[in-house]
Ligand binder design. Structure first.
Ligand code: ADP
Ligand code: ADP
Length: 236
């Protein structure tokens, strides 16, 4: 079964003039476990909204959302919180806590969850920082890091709860092209190493070609095309 299933989801926003604007029209979409899935389209196409429907950062007006075998749209708030442990997310602007160390940023979701011992947290954080190649930066603060390093800390933080799914919202838009290339390679390597399913939103087609196995193209809130990218990722 797919690890993500969006079933007939819709999302409208209220415009300042009172009209409803349909950012995501009735959409059904499946992403399979271990996939690297790209959502591509122009600015305003509804990519980010669609992504945020996966972890219910946006509540759909209609339709159902399933992740890792549970229907998130049917869960009461306290169970949704637990189910969201299966979904990590990274953002264009990294969203790190500036006055906390790298270690504490990565530990944050584990401490919030409150189900881990200090030793477990320490081990998890070290494991995730090693995965993104930042073991040496544990005691640094975000301000001391480059953009690429900040995004890798955000990846480590997102992976700390061992989610099945990693949602990436324009993760390379704030990075230069060389750093972008390195980050994409990092994401690909993480997918290979730990099998986490990656969904990435981008308006940059090269990003998709470098990284994704499957792609959906969005226009005006709808998937207008969906296809598998040819060839094993490693050969591209
Ligand atoms: P994309 O990620 O493809 O650029 P978005 O999903 O961010 O597109 O936005 C799709 C449309 O929905 C845009 O026109 C945007 O202005 C609008 N939109 C997104 N979020 C909101 C919001 N919270 N309130 C009002 N309009 C929004
Ligand atoms: P708390 O903040 O709840 O006291 P700590 O962060 O002190 O918890 O400890 C959790 C675990 O993480 C411990 O095993 C500790 O040794 C380890 N740890 C704490 N800070 C760092 C760091 N900067 N780098 C590596 N390991 C750390």
């Amino acid at each position: 079964p797919p690890v993500i299933r969006l079933e007939g989801v819709r999302k409208s926003f209220r415009l300042p003039n009172g009209d409803a604007f349909e950012a995501v029209r009735r959409t059904t979409l499946e992403v399979h476990g271990g996939d690297v899935f790209g959502l591509v389209g122009q600015s305003g196409a509804g990519k980010s909204t669609l992504l945020r429907l996966v972890n219910l950062l946006e509540r759909p007006d209609a339709g159902r959302v399933f992740v890792a075998g549970r229907e998130l749209t049917a869960l009461p708030r306290h169970e949704l919180r637990a189910a969201r442990q299966q979904i990590g997310m990274i953002f264009q602007q990294f969203n790190l806590v500036q006055n906390a160390t790298v270690f504490d940023n990565v530990a944050f979701p584990l401490r919030i969850h409150g189900r881990h011992t200090r030793a477990e947290i320490g081990a998890r954080v070290r494991e995730c920082l090693a995965l993104v190649g930042l073991s040496e930066k544990s005691d640094s603060h975000p301000a001391q890091l480059s953009g690429g390093q900040k995004q890798r800390v955000a990846i480590a933080r997102a992976l700390a709860p061992r989610p099945q799914v990693l949602l990436c919202d324009e993760p390379t838009s704030a990075l230069d092209s060389e750093t972008t290339r390195a980050l994409l390679q990092q994401l690909r390597e993480i997918n290979r190493q730990i099998g986490v399913t990656i969904v990435i939103v981008t308006h940059e087609l090269p990003v998709v070609q470098a990284l994704c196995r499957n792609v959906a193209i969005l226009e005006k809130g709808q998937v207008v095309e969906q296809f598998a990218v040819d060839g094993p990722v490693a050969e591209r």
